[in-house]
Design a protein around this ligand. Structure first.
Ligand code: MN
Length: 207
């Protein structure tokens, strides 16, 4: 039996207010994310895949069912998302990541604009990503539903995700209603760049 578990948040549900409200955080984590975990475990139960690690499943997702794709993606994406958020975030990257961002996008503001554009341009539900490609370069992309750059479904946007922002309506509708742009703007106030820096080092170590 697969035993993927809902990760415990390192902050309380109200810790990210006023940027992300308590009720959204509670429902998003305890209901939405929990459902992805439960449904992923159910989809894998009794199959030859139930002992595989999540990143392994995602890397070969084209060979799996829609249930594994949607719920495996949902579990990975939300686990990453929670880890990026903090009530006391590091406001900007430093070191190798900062240098690479400037080199690739021109400036931090230009990178933020790219991530916002990919999020705003994602019709319906999905995610906006900053990820590391196999050659070590940085790229931004939007993906539909619970897909992510680890999945072997779109070679033009495959790599290791180091920052992801959820643009499903369930991530913002209670607080921001239809104003996805306002939610994406608020995201920068709770994004901890120290985690993105660590993810960047991890991604490079996997290349
Ligand atoms: Mn979500």
């Amino acid at each position: 039996m697969s035993t993927f578990n809902l990760p415990t948040l390192p902050y309380t549900y109200d810790a990210l207010e006023p940027h992300f409200d308590k009720e959204t955080m509670m429902i998003h984590h305890s209901k939405h994310h929990q459902a992805y975990v439960t449904n992923l475990n159910n989809a894998l139960a009794g199959t030859a895949n139930e002992t595989k690690a999540l990143e392994e499943l995602l890397g070969e997702i084209s060979t799996h069912s829609a249930a594994v794709r949607n719920n495996g993606g949902g579990h990975f994406n939300h686990s990453l998302f929670w880890s990026l958020l903090s009530p006391t975030p590091k406001q900007a990257p430093e070191g190798a990541l900062a240098a690479r961002i400037t080199e690739t996008f021109g400036s931090m503001e230009a990178l933020k604009a790219e991530i916002t554009k990919a999020g705003m341009g994602q019709f319906g539900s999905g995610w906006s990503w900053l990820y590391v490609k196999a050659d070590g370069s940085l790229a931004v992309a939007g993906t539909p539903n619970q897909d992510n750059p680890l999945m072997d479904v779109n070679p033009t946007q495959q790599g290791y995700p180091i920052l992801g922002v959820d643009v499903w309506e369930h991530a913002y509708y209670l607080q921001y209603q239809n104003r996805r742009a306002d939610y994406l703007d608020a995201f920068w106030s709770v994004l901890d760049w120290s985690v993105v820096e660590k993810n960047y080092e991890l991604a490079l170590s996997k290349m």
